[in-house]
Design a protein around this ligand. Structure first.
Ligand SMILES: Nc1ncnc2c1ncn2[C@@H]1O[C@H](COP(=O)(O)OP(=O)(O)OP(=O)(O)O)[C@@H](O)[C@H]1O
Ligand SMILES: [Mg+2]
Length: 240
């Protein structure tokens, strides 16, 4: 057996909220309770569960953008948690970004409407200071093709795109950094059924070319269609 790409060990996560009133106590709500999960390289792994059960929270933990207890390894490397005060060195930030990237539920909300597609795709490369202008533009073209859009789309503004096209751009923005793991959190639930089916097929194509994917959804049908293996999450616990 080869080492898993993603390995989650005894992951627990809780949100603290303050209740109202002068004597308001801090309330701690456990969202994830000792979750264990392994994803192998090259597979599409489905995470299924009803609304509010902690799927997005799990994804946030994997990205390392919230506090958690337990350990997360990607390719055998332990995930570092980012403290709000501590800035990681640039090379380490880049290494982190290349481990996992996420595609969010609502493509409209994750893109600036007035910006051009080309600029949005180039942005992650600029943030990580990668390549020359020429290399970046070539990578933008390649990424557009990879997500099923013609390279001429780089001149279009976001508000001139359909919902499905926007989601393709979001997927492109995640893919352009060549992450080991692509996390899709409800990536089709804001889309029309037929457009959603096209995006599902895009995930399948990407996977056939070797991309490892964690596909999060409350849609059992989509998961069954797409995924090699499935875990069901219920009340913060993971059931197979
Ligand atoms: N920042 C936060 N502070 C406090 N509680 C939160 C916070 N974010 C989420 N929660 C709570 O944690 C629980 C799990 O939320 P999460 O977003 O992980 O659910 P989910 O499984 O992704 O749901 P959905 O399918 O609707 O996206 C919910 O009950 C939610 O109300
Ligand atoms: Mg969610």
């Amino acid at each position: 057996m080869t080492e898993p790409l993603l390995s989650v060990r005894d992951l627990s996560c809780a949100y603290t909220s303050r209740s109202l009133g002068p004597f308001g106590k801090k309330e701690v709500k456990t969202v994830l309770n000792r979750v264990n999960l392994d994803i192998r390289a090259g597979e599409i792994f489905g995470l299924l569960g009803e609304s509010g059960c902690g799927k997005t929270t799990l994804a946030r933990c994997i990205l390392g953008i919230i506090e958690y207890e337990g350990e997360i390894f990607i390719d055998g490397v332990k995930r570092e948690k980012i403290g709000l005060t501590r800035q990681l060195a640039h090379t380490r930030q880049l290494a982190r970004a290349r481990q996992a990237q996420m595609v969010f539920q609502d493509p409209g909300a994750s893109l600036t409407p007035a910006k051009k597609t080309g600029g949005l795709l180039e942005e992650p490369l600029l943030v990580h200071r990668l390549g020359t202008k020429e290399e970046r533009l070539r990578q933008v073209d390649e990424t557009l093709i990879q997500v099923g859009l013609d390279p001429s789309y780089k001149k279009r503004r976001v508000n001139e795109l359909s919902g499905g096209q926007k989601q393709r751009v979001c997927i492109g923005r995640a893919l352009i950094l060549q992450p080991k793991l692509l996390i899709a959190d409800e990536a089709i639930s804001a889309l029309d059924v037929s457009v959603g089916a096209q995006i599902l097929n895009l995930f399948r194509e990407l996977n056939e070319k070797g991309q490892s994917i964690l596909f999060i959804s409350h849609n059992a049908g989509a998961i069954e269609y797409l995924c090699d293996r499935v875990a069901v999450i219920k009340a913060g616990r993971l059931l197979e």
